[in-house]
Design a protein. Structure first.
Length: 264
């Protein structure tokens, strides 16, 4: 397991916003963690290059460059750079939150929105809200508010038995225990575990496990692991079976994901 270096949030996270929307650009080294923090405004986190994970109390979100994560006000969160990351964050004053998501989520970043974000990277701290830069940021807000929700988040259960399963799968992802087998280990019926998974995560066990595999796969792809090694690590009988699962869940093959999101 790599060691992670903890770093502090940006200075802007600790003081009042000077504008209705503030743009923060930051480079984060691989295996760095922006330590857990919270603020009283909404935040949209976007990686121009590289892959991030954003962890809240209730879920873990993985953020490749085709997506961004929306963080609601007063939500504790930490940000981890799986690979070297160029990060752009937008802080939104609460008066602008009416049409933005009411819960943390991952949003699709269209080519148009991506280009707007690139333009916004050059906006200075002393910009005028009523002039061109302010209009650009208001357009970004409108595009974020209409962006499609995607399913890269992994809801985190709280039940001790379910957490035991989660921890085991994270340390041994090739484990293919059924709920019946987990029930025998944990002293619970498969039906009880199934109901608990659905109640606490909104997903069936099999759906939840596949999302975990997607997050693990993206992490390993970003670290340069081969598809054959990833397939073995995740317990797939063949690379083709893993590629089929990945494409079914993300819409693209692992190779295309690497080309679109991680190759400069």
């Amino acid at each position: 397991m790599p060691s992670f270096k903890e770093i502090s949030p940006s200075k802007e996270s600790t003081k009042a916003l000077s504008h209705p929307i503030t743009v923060i650009n930051r480079a984060i080294a691989m295996n760095s963690i922006i330590k857990k923090h919270r603020h009283n405004w909404g935040q949209f986190i976007y990686a121009n290059q590289g892959v991030l994970t954003v962890t809240t109390t209730n879920a873990r979100y993985i953020v490749p460059p085709e997506q961004g994560v929306w963080i609601t006000p007063e939500t504790n969160h930490e940000v981890t750079a799986i690979s070297p990351v160029e990060l752009t964050s937008f802080y939104f004053d609460n008066v602008l939150l009416k049409d933005l998501p009411q819960e943390c989520c991952v949003l699709c970043v269209s080519d148009f929105l991506k280009n707007l974000i690139v333009e916004a990277k050059n906006i200075g701290k002393d910009y005028s809200w009523q002039e061109t830069d302010g209009r650009l940021l208001r357009l970004i807000r409108d595009r974020i508010s209409s962006a499609a929700n995607v399913t890269f988040q992994l809801p985190s259960p709280r039940d001790p038995k379910l957490l035991s399963i989660l921890n085991k799968l994270q340390s041994q992802p090739s484990n293919r225990n059924t709920l019946e087998q987990w029930g025998n280990i944990l002293g619970a019926s498969a039906r009880s575990l199934s109901r608990s998974f659905k109640k606490e995560t909104g997903l069936s066990y099999s759906e939840w496990r596949q999302r975990l595999y997607i997050q693990m796969a993206i992490t390993l792809i970003s670290k340069g692991e081969s598809i054959s090694n990833i397939s073995l690590d995740l317990g797939y009988e063949s690379s083709s079976a893993f590629i089929h699962m990945f494409k079914n869940k993300t819409g693209i093959t692992p190779g295309l994901f690497l080309q679109q999101n991680l190759v400069p």
